[in-house]
Design a protein around this ligand. Structure first.
Ligand code: XMP
Length: 317
């Protein structure tokens, strides 16, 4: 990995050269990309990097607390803002996938702007954009059509007049993970699967509200626990639950149930641009399915997605 350590030295130099004595602000998402971008940048300019972590209420179980612990172990200067009520009220009645992204993106910009304005003199915005993000958002060249508007690409409105710093934009995920390891980001954090910026909103099909998010969180948590225990976590690109607004009839004890459906979505991929569905062992699927139906009130049926990308996308929205 001497090549990657050279890359780090070069990137640190480049950040120092471009930023000079300026201050940089960064929106941390809880993911690997923004974290690695922040650790790299803090290596270059120290505490002139100011980070903001917005809890949008669309994170997984215990996620906000656990990522804040990681940030503090990495000595990043992070302010956490709990804005979940703002996101959830803006999402009321919104069901269409791109509308969800748009609403979430807009609330994020507003919250972030309020927070950023309390950091006077910042001239730069740091983003953890990777190469595939750049391509998939259609920012590359002519004729590229937008498949999904990844809201973490493209930055902020002009009035903020921040220059954008994207030190990872030539890299693929596996490179970012290796660079993160070299920079001392803990393994348990580095190995985490990608998680979309709009969070559970695009995995909670139909209406996004606190109750349904809670159901999805609990189901997904069971899947993650069983997957980690099976030793298969690292062999997958992503593996998560989706909650469908489709109710079916079931029986629990001798009581009829009429509840929603959880989907297991598991894929293998190199970069997220194409993917194959993962052949998870039947006994793992069985444990997950039983536990979800027994432990999560609000789900009485578990199904598995066996579609590749293409023709499907990895996320359901
Ligand atoms: P799709 O669903 O397009 O996903 O096959 C490809 C990869 O991108 C992630 N993804 C997103 N990431 N904002 C993000 O930051 C988004 O809106 C978004 N949509 C999809 C997805 O999790 C997968 O890794």
């Amino acid at each position: 990995s001497w090549i990657l350590s050279d890359w780090i030295d070069g990137a640190v130099e480049e950040i120092r050269r471009r930023v000079g004595d300026d201050t940089v602000i960064c929106g941390l998402s809880g993911g690997v990309d923004s974290t690695v971008a922040a650790v790299l940048t803090s290596r270059a300019i120290g505490d002139r990097l100011k980070c903001i972590f917005v809890d949008n209420g669309l994170l997984r179980k215990d996620e906000a607390r656990s990522v804040m612990e990681t940030y503090s172990s990495l000595n990043l200067d992070v302010k956490m803002v709990d804005a979940s009520h703002r996101f959830l009220s803006a999402l009321e009645g919104v069901e269409e996938p791109e509308r969800k992204r748009k609403v979430i993106g807009e609330v994020f910009v507003r919250v972030f702007e309020e927070e950023a304005s309390s950091i006077p003199g910042a001239q730069w915005l740091l983003q953890g954009t990777l190469y595939p993000d750049v391509i998939e958002s259609g920012h590359q060249g002519k004729g590229a059509s937008v498949i999904k508007s990844h809201h973490n690409v493209g930055g902020l409105p002009d009035f903020m007049r921040l220059k954008v710093l994207e030190p990872l934009r030539d890299l693929f995920k596996d490179e970012v993970r290796r660079i993160g390891s070299l920079l001392g980001v803990p393994q348990g954090f580095i190995r985490r699967h990608p998680f979309p910026g709009p969070g559970l909103a695009v995995r909670c099909l139909g209406e996004v509200n606190r109750e349904r998010l809670q159901v999805l969180r609990e189901a997904d948590h069971i899947l993650q626990e069983e997957l980690l225990a099976s030793g298969l976590y690292d062999s997958l690109w992503q593996c998560f639950c989706v909650l469908l607004p489709v109710r079916s009839v079931g029986v629990m004890g001798d009581v009829r149930t009429y509840a929603e459906t959880a989907v297991i979505r598991a894929v293998e991929s190199q970069d997220g641009m194409t993917a194959d569905w993962a052949r998870l062992p039947y006994d793992l699927l069985d444990r997950v399915s039983r536990r979800i139906c027994n432990e999560v009130r609000g789900v009485n049926r578990v199904v598995m997605d066996v579609t590749g990308k293409p023709p499907a996308t990895i996320e359901w929205e």
